[in-house]
Structures are given as structure tokens and as C-alpha cells.
Write a protein that binds this ligand. Structure first.
Ligand code: FAD
Ligand code: SF4
Ligand code: SF4
Ligand code: SF4
Ligand code: SF4
Length: 418
């Protein structure tokens, strides 16, 4: 029997699953489905090419092998999709692979009663970062001198972004460039990933990765850390059913994993310091934010894709708060978002990645979140603790709107309207 905190090397016994390393994640997803622990698997699969990561909802266990493998240009965020299209997993049990930002988004929606976490098994994947598909194509053409359409595989390994591609003569080639070198010139991982400190997502039920897989198992096994009772139950059942083989991790591997995690966390903190400092301080900072946001076209993509924004009646759409039809919208549009969600921002980057005007929304929000965390000690996305500024609950909000016409969406943690 495994328990929270236990660690293993694990690998699949299925010849169908071609995993990124040991295939443990795909095997666990498949076992959760075939054993009827869940009704469906929601996972990320390769679409048209390596830059196209898409979500697949799978109900037939035989289909799970197609979601094996890691897509480093997969910048999508899963929890908001679960809220929007699967009714917050309220009437369906699902197993989902999650990066750190996915796991954090699940918690933020769950604490607002928008997702039922009891119905979700989160299989975490360690995450060194993702590269925006647009940037990936650009840097592969410019820095690698390779036609992006000829790339059939990419990976991030030992600090390099490595591509495998077919050259003009049809031969397979491989080329890697140091991520530091790419990031120095504004390429490489998304800027929110450069600030990210969630490297091993222990808020998931299991945390899986390749860091720490050492010796003869390197590249052939998945490092699995058990993070909850739910995770332990799935892992044990999969091992007992003999779909997964395991052994104890190499002590040297354990040490290396710990060291790499610490280095990556330090890099995330360094990224924060550097990027936040560039925003300046006080009035200068405010003026800068007003200038940057003045190119906003009020398309609302930032709101639509944020895992913390979900309100039926968004305050930014209230005519008495933000005059309708103006471009750019009044600065109040952005102030409302800052006020409502800065305490809960999980730095997932969606509001920036999907902004057509390339406004660094995630940077602006994350900078405030870090300050609020220093002041109030509240860390978003790690557990079910309520946010500092408010607690919005959609059903109650709708009832209050109907009954009173009040648009005050926030109640403080003591249940009083602010
Ligand atoms: P598989 O059995 O191949 O299953 C992989 C699962 O990941 C699949 O279910 C697939 O749907 C899902 N997936 C693929 N792409 C994404 C995505 N973009 N977002 C969410 N889910 C996705 N491990 C480390 O130890 N260090 C790292 O720095 C590191 N960086 C990673 C960065 C990214 C973007 C991803 C997706 C994974 C990263 N991993 C990292 C985890 C590692 O690549 C493997 O996913 C993990 O070791 C599990 O291996 P496996 O063979 O068991 O996975
Ligand atoms: Fe990975 Fe963090 Fe970037 Fe999310 S924000 S993709 S967890 S590095
Ligand atoms: Fe404005 Fe960008 Fe948000 Fe669209 S996504 S509303 S342009 S900030
Ligand atoms: Fe993610 Fe942006 Fe929302 Fe923060 S504000 S949680 S970065 S979408
Ligand atoms: Fe987001 Fe605030 Fe709009 Fe709700 S009202 S969707 S929290 S900006």
C-alpha cells in the first residue's frame, strides 16, 4: 500500500502506450477508465502538428494511448474547459493530466463551487515550462534555421529546447539550443513560465515526471510521487492489476530531483524579480499599466479564458462601470479585473497568451498577486482556502441578482456583502 509522500519509478506494461518516458501517466489514466473509477479521461493529444495541442475526452480505454507524450507547445489550460463544457465535473467523474497551472486553476474554480474536485483525479506532470506555438515556429525558423513544418518532435531536456526534424534530403535530424540563450532574445518559454514556481504539482493526486529517473531506468521510467489518498488508491490498484511495474527510486535520483526542483524554483523567483522590476514602482508603474492597457480592444478573451473569472454578469459589462462600445475601454475595465482576481491569479498566462493586442495581462496580475501574498499570506491554487478579497459563488450570485438586482458579486469570507 502506498501513502502520501511515497515515491516510485513506474513504467507501463502495455505495448500500446508510447509514453514520454515510462508511460505511467497514460497507463494510470487508462486504468482509471477501464476499472470504472472514472467515466472519462480528459487529456491532451497532438493535433495537426507539434504546435497543436488539443483536448480529447475519451470514454473508451482503448483510445487512451493516443494521448501519451508531452507537448511543450501545449499552452492550453484544462480547468476552465471542465467548468465550461463538462459542467464542472459535477455529474461526471474524470481523470486528467495536469501541469502546475492546471492544478492551481482546478483549485481556484473548485473553491468557488464551479468544479467538483471529488469527481476529478488529477495526475500531475512536472513542468519546466511551455513555449507559445507562435513563438516556437518563429524561433525554429530563425534560430534553428529549420522549416517549422518539418519538425515532428520537440522536447525540453537538460536546459535545451530540442527539435527532431526532416531535412531537405528526407533524413532525420536533431538540434538543440539552450533555453537561456533563446530567452535572452525574447524567445523560449512563455514569460509566465519563466516566473513559475510550481514545478512539481503536489496539489494534484500524483505528481509524475522525468527528473530523478537515474541509471538504467533513465528515459524508460516515470518518477511518481504520491500526493493524496486518492492518488495512492489509483496507483496501488494499477500496480495490483499489473498494468504498471514499479521499483524504488535510486537514492541519487532522489537527490538530483530535489536539487533540480530547487534550481527551477529559484529561476522562477529570479524571473519574477526581473520582470516585475521592469514595471517600475508607484505612479510610474500605474502610468505604465495605463499605457500598456490602452491598446485593449475589449474583446474579453482575458476574461473568457481566466480560471478565476466565470461570473454570469461580469462587472466589466455593466454600462455604469464601463461605458459600452468604447475602444479602448475605460481603464476601469482593467481595474475591475485587478480588484476581483489579483489575490487568486495562478499565473497560468491565458489572459496574455490569448490577448490579440499582446497586452502582458498575466504579468500585470501576477505582480499584484505576489504583493498580496506577501501582505496576507494567501497562496492561490494550492488548497481549498478561500481567497482574501472575496468569495464569489455563481448560483448564489445569480439568486441574489434575481432577488435584489444587486450586482455586488463579492461577499467577504464572513458572508457579509462588501
Ligand atoms: P505519458 O504516459 O506520455 O503521458 C503524458 C500525459 O501528459 C498525457 O496524458 C498527455 O495528455 C499529457 N500532456 C501532454 N502535453 C500536455 C500539456 N501541454 N499540458 C497538459 N498535459 C499534457 N517532467 C520533468 O520531470 N521535468 C520537466 O521539466 C518537465 N516539463 C514538462 C513540460 C510539459 C509542458 C509537460 C506536458 C510535461 C513535462 N514534464 C516534465 C513531464 C514529463 O514530460 C512527462 O509527462 C512525465 O514524466 C510523465 O511521463 P509519462 O511517460 O508517464 O507520460
Ligand atoms: Fe508549466 Fe508553470 Fe508554465 Fe504552467 S505556468 S505551463 S506549470 S511552467
Ligand atoms: Fe483587452 Fe487583451 Fe483582454 Fe481583449 S484579451 S479584452 S484586448 S486585455
Ligand atoms: Fe491566469 Fe491571467 Fe487569470 Fe492570472 S489573471 S489566473 S494569469 S488568466
Ligand atoms: Fe472576472 Fe470580475 Fe468579471 Fe467576475 S466580474 S468575470 S471576477 S472580471
Amino acid at each position: 500500500m502506498s501513502a502520501k509522500g511515497d515515491m516510485f519509478y513506474a513504467w507501463t506494461n502495455s505495448s500500446e502506450i508510447k509514453g514520454e518516458c515510462g508511460g505511467a501517466v497514460a497507463t494510470l489514466l487508462q486504468y482509471a477508465l477501464s476499472s470504472k473509477m472514472v467515466d472519462a479521461v480528459l487529456a491532451v493529444a497532438k493535433g495537426a502538428d507539434v504546435y497543436d495541442a488539443k483536448l480529447e475526452l475519451i470514454t473508451d480505454p482503448a483510445e487512451v494511448p493516443k494521448v501519451a507524450g508531452s507537448l511543450h507547445c501545449g499552452t492550453l489550460l484544462i480547468p476552465k474547459m471542465v467548468k465550461k463544457y463538462l459542467n464542472g465535473a459535477k455529474d461526471m467523474k474524470i481523470a486528467v493530466p495536469v501541469k502546475g497551472c492546471d492544478a492551481k486553476g482546478f483549485y481556484e474554480l473548485a473553491k468557488r463551487n464551479q468544479i467538483n474536485l471529488d469527481n476529478v483525479i488529477m495526475i500531475g506532470v512536472n513542468c519546466g515550462g511551455t513555449v507559445s506555438p507562435v513563438v516556437a515556429r518563429e524561433m525554429i525558423a530563425e534560430k534553428y534555421g529549420v522549416n517549422p513544418d518539418n519538425v515532428f518532435k520537440e522536447e525540453i531536456d537538460k536546459g535545451q529546447f530540442i527539435i527532431e526534424y526532416t531535412d531537405e534530403k528526407g533524413a532525420h535530424q536533431e538540434k538543440g539550443i539552450k533555453i537561456d540563450e533563446l530567452e535572452e532574445v525574447g524567445l523560449g518559454r512563455r514569460s509566465n513560465c519563466q516566473r513559475c514556481e510550481t514545478k512539481i504539482p503536489r496539489q494534484a493526486d500524483l505528481a509524475c515526471g522525468n527528473w530523478g529517473v537515474f541509471g538504467d531506468k533513465a528515459g524508460k521510467a516515470t518518477f511518481v510521487e504520491v500526493c493524496s489518498e486518492k492518488g495512492a488508491a489509483l496507483f496501488d490498484a494499477a500496480v495490483n492489476a499489473k498494468v504498471l511495474s514499479t521499483c524504488a527510486p535510486d537514492p541519487k535520483g532522489l537527490e538530483i530531483r530535489g536539487k533540480v526542483e530547487n534550481v527551477m524554483i529559484k529561476m522562477g523567483k529570479k524571473g519574477q524579480t526581473k520582470q516585475f522590476a521592469a514595471l517600475g514602482e508607484g505612479t510610474e508603474k500605474l502610468q505604465k499599466i495605463m499605457k500598456i492597457t490602452s491598446r485593449c480592444i475589449a474583446c474579453r478573451a482575458c476574461i473568457e479564458n481566466c480560471p478565476v473569472c466565470y461570473c454570469v454578469e461580469c462587472s466589466t459589462a455593466k454600462p455604469h462601470l464601463v461605458a459600452p462600445g468604447q475602444q479602448p475601454p475605460d481603464f476601469m475595465f482593467h481595474m475591475i479585473r485587478f480588484a476581483h482576481i489579483a489575490d487568486s491569479c495562478v499565473n497560468c498566462g491565458q489572459c496574455q497568451e490569448l490577448c490579440p493586442m499582446e497586452i502582458p495581462n498575466a504579468l500585470l496580475m501576477h505582480a499584484q498577486q505576489v504583493e498580496l501574498e506577501k501582505m496576507f499570506g494567501h497562496k492561490p491554487g494550492v488548497d481549498m482556502e478561500l481567497p482574501v478579497l472575496g468569495f464569489a459563488e455563481e448560483a448564489a450570485e445569480r439568486a441574489r441578482l434575481n432577488a435584489t438586482g444587486s450586482d455586488m458579486i463579492y461577499e467577504n469570507v464572513f458572508g457579509e456583502q462588501q
